[in-house]
Design a protein around this ligand. Sequence first.
Ligand SMILES: Cc1ncc(COP(=O)(O)O)c(C=O)c1O
Length: 431
Amino acid sequence: MHELAVALNAAMEGTVAEAMLSPFGRRMYFPKGIIAQCAQAQRCSGRHNATAGVAMSFGQTMFLRDIYDQFVPGAFSPNEIFNYAPVGGDPRLRELWRASMLAKNPSLQSCRISTPVVTAGLTHAISLASMMFVGPGDRVVIPDLRWDNYDLILSDLCQAEVRTFELFDRDMRFNVDGMRAALAGCGEQARLLLNFPNNPTGYTPSVSEMRRIAEALVGLADQGMQLLVLCDDAYFGLFYEADTCMESPFAYLANAHENLLAVKCDAATKEDMVWGFRLGFLTFGGKGLSEAAVEALGQKTLGAIRGTVSSCDRPGQSLLIRAMERGATYQADHECAREEMERRYRKFREALRRHSDSRALVPYPFNSGYFMSFRCAGNAEALRLRLLDHYQVGTVALSGRTLRVAYCSVECDDIDDLVDVIFTAAEETWK
Ligand SMILES: Cc1ncc(COP(=O)(O)O)c(C=O)c1O
């Protein structure tokens, strides 16, 4: 193992983070090679900087005018568009994201959390965290109704054993007992992935449910279990009901117990509506983590980024910094988009009332995010194909009996028709 990795592991010794590293995570370190020497030279080389592999002219990158001229003149320097971003992301963006995270999750104010590292989208953040903390044979617990990419990342990329529990209990609330039992059956260590607002159901727990989730996890940690909780906050902020918990589970867990490491994976992707920019963030929090351990975790994350994508999108980071820092309509546009999503949500709920006696399709609870899902009386794939072939309506079939509807992408005025067509097609499919 590289001596830098050995030193980082030593800095984390005795913490849950060190105990739960995968073999990959244990080996990771950030080399003191080209990147570190470039950074040092940038600070100290007043005369000539002959370090980075970037074509420079008078302190700015060279560029193609056909690209540069597409930006408003004077808006960005060539470096802000064309140069590499630092491996962990632009420090200004990392600080802005951290401040916005604290503003949206006031409970985090009292927690020691790492400065968010910029990733190439949220999928990359989940992949990085999984590669660092999930090794072959490790058990990862996820609710059964889940984003299908988790299986690719955890089962296929990391070779973990994915264990599921039913997302909803008999009262159609978050199944805290099922979650606790699934974790308790994992042995001395367990990994858990939580995603609220949930894809595919559009469910977020209430404050009391979230408290029960946190209490259950702290209870297991108290009994000596080591826990890693990955929080996928892709749809954070899209809450439509007053009793919904509007803070991330990360805010409940980042300072909860020495045996619990919380990891927040979030992104500008949906929160700031920049799907194609590929900008996500990875943040760690844990009660027992010293400053040195947090720093070591950060260095390992940088190593994992350097060894995969090297660094993330530069123009996207510059654009986001500008919007967050001095955007005239940043907050207003956010609220406007959230309100439009809420209008579609309410319209969808209202349309469902007309079909409340249907036995073909029963909606799962939903109160947030972009989606809702139906529990189907028959095969969901058959319904999906009927909707597509007979009605030219696209939906997603999942796990046999679940049909996901992304109402986020359908105009408010079309939602009545969408809902009616889905129920008509369902009656025809399983008559
Ligand atoms: C639950 C969930 N997590 C993560 C992602 C991925 O986000 P990104 O596009 O930033 O990789 C998605 C995207 O659909 C998602 O639904």
